[in-house]
Design a binder for this molecule. Structure first.
Ligand SMILES: [Zn+2]
Length: 225
C-alpha cells in the first residue's frame, strides 16, 4: 500500500504533539489520492499503539488506522477497510469499486500464500467487474443485474457467445476464469490449471473492460457529452 506522511498535533496530549503519522495515500472508499482529515481516537492511551480516524474530503467516508510508535516516530500498523491495490487502473477504481476491493483482497491472499482463497477471489472479482461494468454502461437495471446469480450466466448475458465478434473473444477469456475459478471454489475439479493461468485470463478480461471505459470516458474530446 502506498502511504503518505501527515503532520499531526494535539496540544492536550504530550505524546501527540508535533508528531507525524503514516496513512494510506488513497481513500479505500473512492480510491482517490486524498488529503485525509486525521483525528486520534484515544489520545490518552499510554500504549505504543493508537487508533486514528481519517475522513476523506472527497467522499466524506471515514477509515481507521492503528498507528504504532517506537517512541521516536509513528508508523502505520493496519488500515481499515482494506486498501485498494496500487496496480488497479484508476478508471476501474472509480467506476468499478466493488471489483477494486475484492481484487485487492485476492492479491493480498495470494501474497500471504493463501492460493485457494486467492483463486476464489480472482474469480469473484471478474463477476463484480462485469456487473459494475454493466451498471456503469447502463446495460441493465440494478434489479436485472442482481438476478444474475453467478459468474457463468453473467458472462453469457453480457458477452454473447453466439455472436462472432470481439464479444466472443471476451466471452472465451471470461469463461476460462469461470471454469478455472470454479476449480478453486468447488470440491470437484474440471482442470489441472493453476493460479497463474487463472490470473492471466483474469488480467485479459480486466484489460478489455478497462479499454471500454477508456473509450467511453476519453481523456480529451471535442464533443460535449
Ligand atoms: Zn474517499
Amino acid at each position: 500500500m502506498e502511504t503518505k506522511i501527515y503532520s499531526y498535533h494535539n496540544a492536550s496530549y504530550t505524546k501527540f504533539q508535533n508528531i507525524t503519522i503514516e496513512v494510506s495515500l488513497k481513500c479505500p472508499y473512492c480510491g482517490l489520492p486524498t488529503a485525509f482529515v486525521n483525528s486520534a481516537l484515544i489520545p490518552n492511551s499510554n500504549a505504543g499503539i493508537a487508533p486514528f480516524s481519517h475522513r476523506c474530503p472527497n467522499c466524506e467516508n471515514i477509515s481507521y488506522s492503528f498507528q504504532i510508535t517506537n517512541d521516536k516516530e509513528w508508523k502505520l500498523g493496519s488500515f481499515y477497510p482494506g486498501y485498494i491495490s496500487d496496480g488497479i487502473p484508476e478508471i476501474l477504481v472509480k467506476h468499478c469499486p466493488n471489483f477494486a476491493h475484492i481484487y485487492s483482497q485476492a492479491q493480498q491472499a495470494e501474497q500471504n500464500g493463501l492460493t485457494d482463497l486467492a483463486g476464489m477471489g480472482y474469480r469473484a472479482s471478474i463477476e463484480f467487474l462485469i456487473k459494475d461494468y454493466a451498471l456503469a454502461f447502463e446495460l441493465d437495471t440494478i434489479d436485472d443485474i442482481n438476478k444474475l446469480k453467478s459468474l457463468g450466466p453473467t458472462i453469457s448475458h453480457y458477452f454473447n457467445n453466439k455472436r462472432k465478434n470481439k464479444e466472443l473473444l471476451t466471452f472465451n477469456a471470461a469463461e476460462v476464469v469461470s471454469i478455472i475459478g470454479n476449480d478453486f471454489t468447488h470440491w470437484n475439479k474440471e482442470t489441472n490449471c493453476d493460479l497463474n493461468v487463472l490470473k492471466h485470463y483474469t488480467d485479459i478480461v480486466i484489460k478489455v473492460i478497462e479499454m471500454n471505459f477508456d473509450m467511453k470516458f476519453p481523456t480529451v474530446s471535442r464533443q460535449s457529452r
